[in-house]
Design a protein around this ligand. Structure first.
Ligand SMILES: [Fe+2]
Length: 258
């Protein structure tokens, strides 16, 4: 099976890098290297060899370890075609449906998931039956979604969340590009005040906890668009909402200004 090591970087941006690897072959890929030395240290400890660097998107906090890691490991750097001149050291283009890594029955496949930027990929770990986990970059976070300030578009993010992320099974694990639990839970308290599940959950929350899509569907205001808790609150705030899309866009706007 595919093994996963989340690497939390204790910077103000609270980035996550990930090592995805096989214990059997020792082959490894690093998703969004932030601190190359830290990643190398973990790879050495695990006795694995980094063959590739996978960038979810072009923002510097997801690619800043690229060149150093490539220099040390001779790994190939992969990313979206539209990030060609923005990702340092990019060697190979990935597109929707590509398989980057397989171990026995499991594989790591590419989804093209625009919204946060127009050159954003997500990586799904799957077996023939189901999706086991998703590396969401800055598309979906715990209890939130990515902003669209730097090269994105909220309407497109809505389409990606609705048509891709909402189809994931409840058991699918979520591996986001940042740990934003704390702030996002505060916004959720503000915008989704009657969510009983959140109260129960908050008491059991561990730092850097890996969440499941089933939990996200119950916690994340961007997934709880149709609930009366969210809709009543938006009405109270005198926000004009009509269809499902308008609720999503209003939540994104409020979170931007919160
Ligand atoms: Fe980003």
């Amino acid at each position: 099976m595919i093994e996963i090591l989340p690497i939390f970087t204790n910077s103000p941006l609270r980035n996550f890098s990930y090592l995805v690897y096989s214990n059997r072959t020792g082959e490894a890929y690093c998703i969004d290297p932030f601190d190359a030395k830290g990643v190398l240290g973990y790879a050495r400890k695990l006795g694995i060899k980094i063959k590739g660097i996978l960038n979810t998107h072009e923002h510097g906090d997801h690619t800043q370890g690229n060149l150093e890691l490539k220099e040390e490991t001779k790994a190939i750097i992969y990313g979206h075609k539209d990030a060609k001149h923005k990702i340092p050291g990019l060697d190979q283009i990935l597109k929707e449906g590509d398989i980057v890594f397989s171990v026995e029955e499991e594989s790591l496949a590419v989804w093209d998931t625009p919204g946060h930027t127009f050159s954003h990929l997500s990586f799904v770990r799957k077996n023939p039956k189901t999706v086991l986990g998703i590396f969401s970059g800055d598309t979906l976070f715990n209890v939130g979604v990515g902003n669209c300030f730097r090269g994105g578009e909220p309407n497109v993010l809505y389409d990606t969340i609705r048509s891709r992320y909402e189809t994931l099974p409840d058991s699918c694990l979520l591996y986001p590009g940042h740990d934003y639990w704390e702030n996002n839970l505060k916004f959720a308290e503000h915008i989704d005040p009657e969510n009983k599940f959140r109260e129960e959950f908050q008491t059991s929350l561990q730092p850097y906890q890996v969440s499941e899509m089933g939990i996200e569907k119950k916690l994340n205001p961007f997934f709880r668009r149709t609930t009366s808790s969210v809709k009543n609150r938006l009405e109270e705030l005198q926000e004009k909402i009509s269809d499902d899309r308008s609720v999503f866009l209003t939540l994104r706007k409020l979170r931007d200004n919160w």
